[in-house]
Design a protein around this ligand. Structure first.
Ligand code: SF4
Ligand code: SF4
Ligand code: SF4
Length: 304
């Protein structure tokens, strides 16, 4: 696909992360193809800007504009870089909401990422892992904490040692339903239907993404609770496995209790004879000791 010089320059100047910029480029090329043209023009770029503005919303576009005017680069804006700059055996991954927010986010990933880093430092997680390691330290020695703003889980938290993402539980209220159908299309899992003029949600398959809550103009669907889902023990590579759900929905402060319990487990249960990875440790001992370290025992208090 060819690009008019101005068009390409214009898209290159937008102060967004390169991975998103590439998506804008592909979108603009799609628009050109729709015109049955082999060249992207400024009009395609303008249309791309308008399509993405609609998606991101006015507030985020204002922040992007301000960053552009002050000449900030991706690196200047990327808190993830600064969180991982110092030598450490943990890594914090944050979804793209870390730049200017995201229409889907349910938690402040920047604020959480900074607090998690501070906690991992306080708990001396680097020193604990280093002291237990049998071999020289390699990238797979890292303890990664992945934080995503919503159930879309753009950082793949289910494949990291500790995964966190924002969640919101919908509830059907007694407010009027206009039968507009917006919730039906907003729900990517297609688990909402309308019966007798009222929305019905199949909660067995609800991912707590909050999309139906945002889409509903009348409040017939609203948020009953909001918080985070926490997964532990995921990894990719040699011993690939999904993280286990530790909390389906809890408040963000619980993350710090989980981190304390994980640090205690690493110290007390990590076996130089058996494990080279946290996910193997969790597979061997199960998740019950983690709850015990958090003071959670018995069926009544076990998280769902
Ligand atoms: S995980 Fe959700 S909030 Fe974060 S960038 Fe993806 S869609 Fe947006
Ligand atoms: S929270 Fe998400 S998955 Fe659950 S019903 Fe609403 S849109 Fe569907
Ligand atoms: S529940 Fe809300 S979004 Fe869904 S059809 Fe009714 S008014 Fe529209």
């Amino acid at each position: 696909m060819q690009w008019e010089k101005d068009a390409r320059q214009s898209i290159d100047q937008i102060p967004i992360h390169d991975s998103i910029r590439k998506l804008l480029v592909v979108w603009a090329e799609k628009l050109a193809r729709q015109r049955q043209s082999g060249t992207v023009t400024m009009e395609d770029v303008r249309q791309t800007g308008s399509d993405y503005s609609r998606h991101f919303g006015a507030e985020k576009m204002k922040k992007i504009g301000e960053a552009r005017r002050s000449g900030l680069s991706d690196t200047d804006l990327d808190i993830q870089d600064s969180l991982n700059r110092e030598p450490a055996l943990f890594r914090i991954e944050l979804c793209h909401s870390r730049f200017f927010g995201c229409p889907n986010d349910l938690i402040d990933v920047k604020e959480l990422g900074a607090r998690i880093r501070q906690k991992l430092e306080e708990l001396s997680v680097t020193e604990i892992i280093a002291d237990k390691a049998r071999e020289v330290l390699m990238p797979h020695s890292m303890f990664t904490v992945s934080v995503s703003g919503c159930s879309n889980m753009c950082t793949a938290p289910e494949s990291k040692e500790l995964g966190i993402h924002g969640v919101a539980r919908p509830v059907v209220t007694d407010r009027e339903c206009s039968e507009c159908g917006r919730c039906l299309t907003a729900c990517l899992d297609r688990i909402i239907s309308l019966h007798g003029g009222r929305p019905v949600i199949n909660f067995d398959y609800c991912r707590l993404c909050g999309a139906c809550i945002r889409a509903c103009p009348t409040g017939a669907i609203a948020a009953s609770t909001q918080g985070v889902r926490i997964l532990a023990g995921g990894t990719i590579g040699r011993f690939a496995r999904y993280g286990r759900e530790i909390f389906k929905m809890t408040d963000s402060e619980t993350i710090f209790g989980v981190l304390e319990a994980l640090a205690l487990l690493l110290k007390s249960e990590w076996s130089e004879d058996h494990e080279d990875h946290f996910s193997l440790l969790l597979s061997r001992i199960g998740v019950a000791p983690l709850y015990e370290h958090m003071g959670i025992t018995g069926c009544k208090t076990q998280p769902k």
